[in-house]
Ligand binder design. Structure first.
Ligand SMILES: Cc1ncc(C[n+]2csc(CCOP(=O)(O)OP(=O)(O)O)c2C)c(N)n1
Ligand SMILES: [Mg+2]
Length: 428
């Protein structure tokens, strides 16, 4: 029986300190840990300065701190390090090629870049197994490469060529592959990929297996209501969602400091009742290790993980945006922390896993592949005008859509009756 106080209510769960102030008793105090794997915790803030109609940003804080080393991976083999490095090189150089194609007037529409974020895209997707699923955003072109799309596919898509994944129907990265590569096409309505990917994990669960489903959301996009709904659903259902919150300090031209009050976006995991971790998004080893551990949890059926990857968007929102609102010292600070240059230095000089000539050969090989793919993409035809409406709407029966996951087989279930207890337990 609980003790009653003078007003007859149950004893409150706090005690009184020597000043007579009420303090929570130890059993009611909650403590949470958000592991932070970074080897450097940048301390600066971006301030908005307004003068009349003019708005600009200034950065305050220590911008001269030494560049952190790469953290040793607990899981990656030497060969896997080199593979990730190659994907990152391909990612960066493909985007440089796309920029040139745009300037030559060959790209239809805009180009979105992941400059500075290649480690996050490539090392995260590298942690997925074949049966897992990926839902990239438009900056995650590196994830698409790792998942098996070629630079040719991506360049053709940007040029809206007939042979592109969407046959010229879309001009940026809104394409996926639900048959072979298990890739959900990016959804531009920010946050909407989260419930979709949670649904994929639920579909797999209903088939009796737990898989990892990985998707991304930006520091801006994470404020959307659907982010909360999707992640909460995944948490409650214990679905294997691996959510990368890519905190690249800018959402279009709005600095992260003006978008949320929490210190770290990983803290939001606490409110969902799921693990949250922080990594340096410019360190491929930290990104991979966190992604690998989250994917393993997912495959064990232990539910979602939120990984905040901190880094910096090193270009404007898209090619039309020169990012003049970004304070120059911030670019200089993050340029010194370039994910590709630091990983190259780690492999060649620190670990000595690549000799200087092996590295030069690897770079030349990537250049060769990109040139071939680019020439092929440029030379390939545009769609025939008469085909414009094809594949947009379809008549019933004009092509077959094969579901990857069907309805669950439920023992003894009446054909249209409610799901019985045996099936419902699979949802836990
Ligand atoms: C629900 C929704 N609101 C607004 C937009 C318009 N929009 C597209 S990108 C963008 C900024 C996104 O910033 P962030 O999420 O930080 O991603 P980043 O571009 O930095 O990768 C906005 C506001 C959108 N696509 N979807
Ligand atoms: Mg952002």
């Amino acid at each position: 029986m609980s003790k009653k106080n003078s007003t007859g209510s149950a004893k409150p769960s706090h005690s009184t300190n020597y000043r007579g102030q009420k303090t929570p008793s130890s059993d009611s105090r909650r403590t949470y840990t958000i592991p932070d794997f970074r080897l450097e915790k940048p301390s600066f803030a971006i301030r908005q300065i307004r003068k009349g109609d003019e708005v600009r940003y200034e950065v305050e804080g220590d911008l001269n701190s030494p560049v952190p080393p790469i953290r040793e991976s607990k899981y990656l083999s030497k060969q896997q390090h080199i593979e990730i490095y190659r994907w990152m090189l391909l990612n960066r150089k493909m985007e440089q090629a796309l920029e040139n194609l745009y300037k030559q007037g060959k790209v239809v529409g805009g180009v979105y870049f992941g400059l500075g974020q290649e480690a996050c895209s490539c090392a995260s997707a590298f942690a997925l197994h074949k049966e897992d699923w990926l839902g990239p955003l438009i900056r995650n072109q590196g994830s698409l490469l790792v998942r098996g799309f070629s630079p040719r596919d991506i360049m053709m898509q940007y040029m809206a060529k007939a042979g592109s994944p969407t046959k010229g129907r879309d001009a940026s990265s809104h394409f996926g592959d639900i048959q072979e590569r298990n890739v959900v096409a990016p959804i531009s309505t920010l946050g909407d990929l989260i419930p979709v990917l949670a649904g994929v994990a639920l579909g797999a669960r209903l088939q009796g297996g737990n898989i990892a489903v990985m998707t991304y959301i930006g520091d801006g996009g994470q404020s959307t209501g659907v982010t909360y709904e999707g992640l909460n659903f995944a948490a409650v259902q214990n679905l294997g969602l691996v959510l990368f919150v890519e905190n690249n300090l800018w959402g279009y031209s709005t600095p992260a400091d003006m978008q949320f009050r929490v210190k770290d976006l990983a803290e939001r995991a606490i409110a969902y009742g799921i693990p949250g971790v922080i990594v340096d998004g410019t360190d491929a080893c930290q990104v991979y290790d966190a992604a690998h551990e989250a994917c393993e949890r997912a495959r064990r059926g232990e539910g979602p993980t939120l990984i905040e990857a901190k880094m910096m968007r090193m270009k404007g929102h898209a090619i039309h945006d020169a990012a003049e609102y970004v304070p120059k010292p911030l670019f200089e600070y993050w340029k010194r922390r370039d994910c590709l240059a630091r990983f190259e230095n780690y492999l060649v000089k620190v670990k000595k896993w690549l000799t200087v000539s092996e590295n030069a050969n690897l770079i030349a090989d990537v250049d060769r592949q990109l040139e071939e793919d680019r020439d092929d993409a440029v030379a390939s035809p545009m769609p025939e005008p008469e085909s414009a409406a094809g594949g947009v709407y379809c008549e019933q029966g004009c092509h077959e859509i094969k579901p990857k996951y069907g309805m669950p087989e439920v023992k003894g279930r009446a054909s249209s009756g409610p799901m019985r207890r045996e099936a419902a337990t699979h949802l836990r």
